[in-house]
Design a protein around this ligand. Structure first.
Ligand code: G3P
Length: 217
C-alpha cells in the first residue's frame, strides 16, 4: 500500500520523506490556506522534495477553466497530479487532461457510482472521503470495499486513494480491503507507530536497566 501525505507543510512532508514513508502528497485549497503559502510555489517545492505524485487541485467550476488551470499546474513538474472535483464538469476535465497524458486525481467522491464514472473518464486516482462519510453516520470503509469490488470486476486501473483519513484504524482497515493508496495528515501517519503496550513495555525495560547499574557504551 502506498502512503501519501495529506499536507502542504514542507517540514512535515520532509520529515516523513526522510523515513521513506512518502510515496506521494495530496493537497487541496483548504490545506493551501492552512499552509499560508502560494499554491504554485509550494507545489513546486513539494514536487522537488518527493519523487511520487503530488496532487494540486483546480478551483474553477467550469470544465474549460479547470482544463486551463490543470495544464498550468501540470507545468510545475512532471510529478504533478491534477486534482478535479467529482462533478460533471470535473469529469469532462478529467477526460481531456488524462487524454493528454496527465495524471488526474478525482476528488470529493462519496459513492460507488461516482467512482465508477470517474474510472470511465480516465482518472488515475479516485479519492473517496472516508472521514466525511463517517461524520454523517455513513460507513466510509464500506464505500472503499464497494469501489474495490467494482474496479476488480471490470479491471479498471484507476487507483483507490482512500482520503479524509482521521484515525489509525482507517489506515489498517483500508489496507485490509485493498485500497491502493491512503492519504493521511502527518500526525495520523506518526500515530501509526504508537501503542500503549509499547510505551508500557519500554518504561519497564528502562526501569529494570537502571537497576542493573550497567552501561552499553
Ligand atoms: O484528502 C482529502 C482530505 O484532505 C479531506 O480530509 O479531514 O478535511 O475530511 P478532511
Amino acid at each position: 500500500m502506498k502512503f501519501f501525505v495529506d499536507s502542504a507543510e514542507i517540514d512535515a512532508i520532509a520529515e516523513l520523506n526522510d523515513l521513506g514513508m512518502v510515496d506521494g502528497v495530496t493537497t487541496n485549497p483548504s490545506l493551501i490556506l492552512k499552509s499560508g503559502r502560494d499554491i504554485l510555489e509550494v507545489t513546486k517545492e513539494i514536487c522537488a522534495l518527493v519523487d511520487g505524485p503530488v496532487s494540486a487541485e483546480v478551483v474553477a467550476l467550469k470544465s474549460d477553466e479547470m482544463i486551463t488551470e490543470g495544464r498550468k499546474l501540470a507545468e510545475i513538474a512532471p510529478n504533478v497530479t491534477v486534482k478535479v472535483p467529482l462533478t460533471w464538469d470535473g469529469l469532462k476535465a478529467c477526460k481531456v487532461l488524462s487524454g493528454e497524458g496527465k495524471m488526474v486525481n478525482v476528488t470529493l467522491c462519496f459513492s460507488a457510482n461516482q467512482a465508477l464514472i470517474a474510472a470511465k473518464a480516465g482518472a488515475t486516482f479516485i479519492s473517496p472521503f472516508i472521514g466525511r462519510l463517517d461524520d454523517i453516520n455513513m460507513d466510509g470503509m464500506e464505500l472503499i470495499a464497494d469501489i474495490r469490488e467494482i474496479y476488480d470486476n471490470y479491471g479498471f486501473q484507476t487507483e483507490i486513494l482512500a482520503a479524509s483519513i482521521r484515525a489509525v484504524n482507517h489506515v489498517s482497515d483500508a489496507a485490509k480491503i485493498g485500497a491502493d493508496v491512503i492519504t493521511a495528515p502527518p500526525e495520523v501517519i506518526r500515530k501509526l507507530a504508537s501503542h500503549p503496550l509499547t510505551d508500557k513495555g519500554l518504561a519497564a525495560f528502562v526501569a529494570d536497566w537502571e537497576k542493573t547499574g550497567q552501561s552499553i557504551l
